[in-house]
Design a protein around this ligand. Structure first.
Ligand SMILES: [Zn+2]
Length: 268
């Protein structure tokens, strides 16, 4: 079942669907509740409740979310680690360093500190990094980029605290195509830095604090094809100016298509 779920997840990551593509991957494995986490599997339950009451140490609990995925990674069945319920612990991160085939690291329950991002940056083939529930700062982004994760294509840090200074470091990632960042520290100056990312195709900003001037630099983003902005009111004229410069830009505002979106018909 786990193997199947991972396969589905990998396919979802690879092919995506509709407008979200790889920018907004939907977890194929539903988040489980704490109750599910605590459920003992039937085989160990039988042993646990036998007459002696003695439980063998390795039967006391199921392998952790991380342990199961590490095992799939090591056997070559998967190139993904996707932790839905458990933050990535420091010792687990160190174990990942040997996993040179890891392509997708998705940490929905957070975990890594700024300093630990420097370790993640050493994963030689990492293409997709998503960390939720973690207040990573510009220092973390610097550590990450210093380590040279040159294969990275997708960076998704919706709850991080990254400013223009951190984004400047992202210019060192030659394959970065998709960027998703959140927070009001994403301002007009940050957008200038974003517009200078050489291969950026898809940008999603959540709750930035942009003025009417904030979109202007994106007219010069060389490869930008998709722009999603949530929770940020901008005047119509700002959008009109951007569409004059980039008539084929695919735009979502608060998860809805812009009226001018040329791909409007492709979605619900
Ligand atoms: Zn769309």
């Amino acid at each position: 079942m786990v193997r199947f779920a991972i396969a589905v997840l990998v396919l979802t990551q690879l092919f995506g669907s509709g407008c979200g593509k790889r920018l907004l991957p939907r977890p194929a494995v539903p988040a489980r509740t704490q109750d599910a986490h605590d459920t003992v599997d039937p085989s160990s339950q039988n042993k646990a409740s036998d007459a002696s009451g003695i439980v063998e140490p390795d039967e006391r609990q199921k392998p952790s979310e991380f342990a199961r995925q590490l095992s799939a990674l090591r056997s070559g069945e998967s190139s993904l680690v996707h932790l839905v319920r458990e933050p990535l612990a420091a010792d687990e991160l160190n174990e990942l360093l040997d996993e040179v085939e890891l392509l997708d690291l998705l940490l929905d329950a957070g975990g890594p500190s700024d300093a630990e991002l420097g370790i993640i940056g050493k994963l030689p083939k990492l293409e997709h990094l998503r960390i939720r529930q973690s207040q990573i700062t510009d220092e973390g982004i610097k550590s990450f980029c210093d380590a040279g994760p040159l294969q990275l294509q997708i960076l998704n840090l919706p709850q991080a605290n990254i400013t223009e200074l951190g984004i400047q470091h992202l210019k060192r990632l030659p394959n970065l195509t998709n960027l998703r960042l959140g927070g009001e520290q994403i301002d007009d100056v940050a957008v200038i830095a974003i517009s200078q990312l050489p291969r950026l195709k898809s940008l999603h900003l959540i709750g930035p604090s942009l003025t009417a001037e904030g979109l202007k630099p994106l007219a010069f983003a060389p490869r930008l094809a998709s722009l999603y902005i949530d929770d940020c009111d901008l005047p119509d004229r700002a959008w009109e100016e951007l569409f004059s410069a980039k008539p084929n830009l695919h735009v979502h505002i608060d998860q809805q298509h812009h009226d001018r979106d040329p791909k409007h018909h492709e979605h619900d």
